[in-house]
Write a protein of this length. Sequence first.
Length: 207
Amino acid sequence: MTPTPLVPPETGVPWNRPSARQIIYVLAEPQYGPDVPRRAPPARDDLDVGWNLSVLFRAYLQRANAAFGDLPGGPRAYQLLVSVERSAATSQLQIARRLGIDRTVMTYLIDDLVDADLVERHIDPADRRVRTIKATPSGRRLLPALDRRLADIEQQLLVALPPSDARQFRELLRAAAAPLEDADDPRELAREIARTPIAGHRRPTTS
């Protein structure tokens, strides 16, 4: 179901209006070129981590872009709100690193969220060169509704699992991801995805 566009009460203009800068915030999705045929899906008993994660990832991207499409910045806007409210990352640079967003793009994203009255910039009293980002009262009020959207997406993705298995899957996935979270610059991961047009395809097997 497509969410109803959110409209700031002070302007009456939906947040999903085109930006004057025509900045488009998207989560990259692998594409298939004309010379790259689709490969057959793996056997049902295939435990290839990369293949299965890529299937879930593509499905997640499609649903997240639709569910958060009425926010300026789409899914990134939600991630930014979560970061400033529930993580230690509060400066513009810290948030950019945590989300793997180029600093220039992060500036534009925050500009749009400031215009939408969802976040605000503050000068760090300890270092006036640093800008900290905080959610506004409107942003904090909106966050629980956005949480429910994400919960709906995750429920759709894990619909094939019984509730107890879905909960265990989340716990195991977090345990596997936790030691890797700070191992690499997430911006390099984004660049690697962009360089890999057939990500998620079956890799050739060798005999």
